[in-house]
Design a protein around this ligand. Structure first.
Ligand code: SF4
Length: 391
């Protein structure tokens, strides 16, 4: 089959490519996609509609991870648009473009400040890949008003808010910015005494590890990490993403002294089975990445209907996986990233879901650390879907 051959012919010496030049080879149109993946006439029509709203952007490296013999390949689901993205709400319920309440905590100039101790700055709306399950799907790859315009002014905001213990540079993917631009951001942040650490959120180690083969970037991160502790939250969802190249990228970040925490999302058809979850956590530990969060897929418009797993099933999957993991493997938290704050799903007792709120909005500090119990239903995939329980 021609498409299979094409996938297998992709260049393999990823360590030799220039990361900026290779981005120009990303697959962004259906015509290019069809060179690698056969599409039916219906798929072509549907996908043409989907990409008008949510652009496609797939690095050739990541495309090469697809198993072309498997039509249900999980890597394909993560990067290739599907006709299901046309469905705004389905069996799982209503959806929203902004489930995490970013808009309500927008301080302007790309700064989002939801929890008193943490603030986020949107460094860029660009990512090496536009993941089909992204919760910021409303803005990635699209013109928007939530990307930082003046980083020095953002840093001034952080300096004036001495309740902050840390800042997250997010996006999009900050590592898609030129090294000197990332450096200027870090230079401003490392000078803020009350910040204990700085995080740089990036999926590039997963979808575009070539970015970290740039010695200049690694040397720069190493130097800043000596002045202020840096963390990189990343986002591996499936063990097939942990390739030799991704492992090398992680190793290079670790050699710069950086701690890497993984924030996966539980996704239907991608990682919603016990063997995959166990393999993901174990392989992450093997390469020195801490399994930190497993997010329940948010009710995001054009994501929820085909990616969200009902909580009743999800909690059992996670508990079954935990039973097979060692101490470091089971340190991760199964999380609902709700507008009211972050809620840990602790487990279930019979048909009741037991949760604990970890973080609360700054105007509701009393909600932090409270326990929550809800009635599980067959299809409920979000806190609001589950009836409250009287104790
Ligand atoms: S890399 Fe992250 S921000 Fe970018 S599309 Fe993927 S999930 Fe969204």
């Amino acid at each position: 089959m021609a498409s299979v051959e094409k996938l297998q012919q992709l260049p393999v010496a990823w360590s030799d490519v220039d990361w900026k030049e290779e981005l120009k080879n990303n697959i962004t149109t259906l015509d290019e996609l069809q060179k690698y993946i056969p599409l039916t006439a219906t798929e072509k029509k549907d996908l043409a509609e989907v990409v008008k709203t949510h652009p496609m952007n797939i690095p050739r490296y990541y495309l090469g991870l697809i198993d072309p013999s498997n039509p249900q390949d999980p890597i394909r689901k993560l990067c290739v648009p599907e006709g299901d993205e046309l469905i705004v709400a389905g069996d799982m319920g209503e959806t929203t473009p902004d489930p995490y309440g970013d808009d309500r905590h927008d301080k302007g100039n790309g700064v989002l400040h939801k929890y008193s101790y943490t603030a986020l700055v949107v460094g860029t709306e660009y990512c090496a890949m536009y993941c089909r399950h992204c919760f910021r799907k409303r803005m990635v790859g699209l013109p928007n008003h939530q990307t930082v315009k003046n980083f020095q002014n953002a840093a001034k905001y952080f300096t004036e808010h001495n309740e902050l213990s840390n800042v997250l540079i997010s996006g999009g993917d900050p590592f898609m910015l030129p090294t000197d631009v990332v450096g200027k951001m870090l230079e401003a942040l490392v000078e803020i005494d009350h910040l204990n650490y700085v995080r740089i959120g990036s999926r590039a180690p997963v979808v575009y590890p070539m970015r970290f083969f740039d010695d200049q970037l690694i040397e720069m991160l190493h130097a800043y990490n000596r002045r202020k502790t840096l963390y990189v939250p990343t986002h591996f969802n499936h063990p097939a993403e942990i390739t030799d190249e991704a492992t090398e990228a992680i190793l290079r970040l670790r050699e710069a002294g950086i701690t890497i925490n993984n924030q996966a999302v539980l996704l239907s058809g991608v990682n919603d089975n016990v063997d995959t979850l166990v393999a993901l956590k174990n392989t992450l530990l093997k390469i020195g990445v801490n399994p930190y969060y497993l997010y329940q897929c948010m009710p995001v418009t054009r994501v929820r209907h085909h990616f969200q797993v009902p909580l009743k099933r999800g909690v059992d999957l996670v508990d079954d996986a935990r039973r097979r993991l060692d101490g470091y493997g089971k340190r991760f938290k199964f999380i609902i990233g709700h507008d009211i704050g972050k809620i840990e799903i602790c487990g279930r007792i019979g048909d009741k879901l037991i949760m604990k709120q970890l973080h609360a909005r700054s105007d509701h500090p009393e909600e932090s650390s409270r326990m929550l119990i809800r009635q599980l239903t067959d299809n409920g995939g979000w806190l609001d879907d589950l009836p409250e329980v009287e104790l």
